[in-house]
Design a protein around this ligand. Sequence first.
Ligand code: ADP
Length: 495
Amino acid sequence: MSHTLLAIDQGTTSSRAILFSTDGQIIGIRQKELTLHYPQNGWVEQEAHDIWQDSLWAARSVISDHPEAARTLAAIGITNQRETTLLWNRHTGEPIYNAIVWQDRRTASQCDTLKQQGHETAITAKTGLLLDPYFSATKISWILDHVSGARAAAERGDLAFGTVDCFLLWHLTAGKVHATDATNASRTMLFNIKTQSWDDELLALFNVPRSLLPTVHDNVHDFGHTEAGLLGKSYTIGGMAGDQQAALIGQACFEPGMVKSTYGTGCFALMNIGSEYRLSQHRLLTTQAYRLQGQSRYAIEGSIFVAGAAIQWLRDGLHIITTAAQSEELAQEVNDTNGVYLVPAFTGLGAPYWNPRSRGAILGLTRESTAAHITRAALEAQAYQTRDLMDAMTADTGTHPAVIRADGGLVHNQFVCQFIADILDTPLDIPHVTETTAWGAACLAGLQSGVYQGLDDITAHWQQAKRYTPALAEAKREQLYQGWQAAIRSVMAAA
Ligand code: ADP
């Protein structure tokens, strides 16, 4: 009997469910766009209700679209936008505030204060993270301090905290299971990734009661069973991982030195560094790559907050394109940007700069500048941002990756892919399964249900669909990149 696997992929811009065959073919997909709310400058929120209902709708729909394939569904995997923070009432399931999205910067001054007090080094030593509003800890304490009665309710044990994986698991099991996985826990800034446990000193520092926290499991685990009424019958949730770690798994980057880079709303490059916990010396993060059978693998991560979101802004903010795909055609109406650089620091700069107060800029405008130049500059920025990360990663690990495995919505744009290969002077491989994040979650579920025996089975399914080979002369490459570095300096100086 050939099995199928279901991935629930709750991302920043959409909630989707994908039914896979065990060799990675997509049998069915359902997806719903998710609205982002910007209540104040630097604030980013989503409706908790939508996150759950849209994910449920997507899973239900794809199952009912393919009843035959669903009959052999072995297990469900969940993957999710990371760090996004939810608090809800344990008794009613009611969220007490909107989801505070990872991009949200409202806790920048709390982070500044903690930095000034000298806490960053100790936090980094335990979590691998840098003190930034990006992570969940300050988002949790903000909710506890700003929602009336929240702190008292938390002290009484009436509230639960979860990242999106945990929130979905809680709802899928009708409130029976409050658990997360090691990769999602590693992004909260409350989890010690050396000892693999919630850390009392960090909990005290961020003023977060332990009673809020979920249990942390391996990425492959019998997390729980869906409430029978929700999806037609009860299925096992056999795997969970944060989206970037799921993509690392879907890209089969299991050997130290292997790198994947995902271009969705943001851009996240992860290099597998093996089983030894090591800190970055160049302002990148160390994070949990995955944990299987109690064994941790770590990764060095470069996180950029705005990648595809810049293209959405061209569409929804500037209205110079009507679809993201149109950006490719428009950018190619011109041969270059004519000196225009677009720094998409809409919500501050992430790695390796970590400047939450920076804001975006378009530099080098002249009377000749057109929508095509600006669009091209927005696309080229993806390559420059990746180069910033890769240079830091190479300096950290002493190895420049031989090839980068890329995925995410932006890899449909061939101009961007070629320009990344050019600016990095490194080949870019696009896999057959472009829904790598969802596929990674499906693989975890497959490991749990015995469909796969081990990671080698996942490696065997990875296939290159296309390779972009660098083709830009060194002098040109470096001249372009120096222009970007100058643009970054201007943006930082203005912050
Ligand atoms: P996420 O998982 O973060 O929600 P996706 O991986 O689905 O994101 O990618 C969606 C992003 O990719 C959007 O921000 C969109 O603007 C961008 N995108 C999709 N297709 C293209 C394209 N052909 N050219 C440029 N950008 C694109």
